[in-house]
Ligand binder design. Structure first.
Ligand SMILES: [Zn+2]
Length: 160
């Protein structure tokens, strides 16, 4: 599945699902950590009149901007689109409402391109580990425990 007839897709309430990998999504592959594979599971469902729901689930490896190590970034997003007949209507609609993204109907709508665009926009602007693994073993202690010895004692008591 790559191209769909959007008017028919919505009218029939068609549902499609699949998975794209780094081989399919070259633009996304260029944005993540080089030579790491990924897969993006997607579903699209048409809904009359002229609505389409898209959900994306995928895990990509990004470079942590603090330690420069690899970090997994989970993308789990859903979108709703409304198809309109032409570009002028799409622009007017987009200004009028924020909740629904507007797209122009097409007999050969490139679904793969839309999925890749949305994945690219879902990537975090800056990737940072919550706790960088290279910072050493102390990094795995709770933050309070590093500064307050009494809290460490308290935590030991709680564990016992
Ligand atoms: Zn890091």
């Amino acid at each position: 599945m790559k191209h769909i007839d959007t008017a028919r897709f919505c009218k029939d309430g068609t549902s499609l699902l699949g998975t794209f990998t780094e081989v399919d999504l070259a633009r996304l592959a260029a944005e993540v950590l080089p030579n790491t594979g990924f897969s993006v599971a997607w579903t699209v469902t048409g809904e009359s009149p002229d609505l389409m729901d898209l959900t994306l689930k995928g895990m990509v490896q990004m470079k942590c901007q603090r330690c420069l190590g690899a970090m997994a970034e989970l993308i789990d997003a859903s979108y709703r689109f409304q198809f309109v007949k032409d570009e002028a209507t799409a622009q007017a609609q987009d200004e009028a409402q924020d909740e629904v993204d507007t797209l122009v109907h097409s007999r050969e709508f490139d679904m793969q391109e839309l999925i890749e665009d949305e994945m690219l926009m879902a990537l975090p602007f800056v990737s940072l580990h919550e706790t960088c693994p290279e910072a050493g073993a102390t990094a795995f202690l709770p933050i309070e425990a590093k500064t307050n010895p009494f809290l460490i004692l308290k935590n030991f008591k709680n564990m016992a």
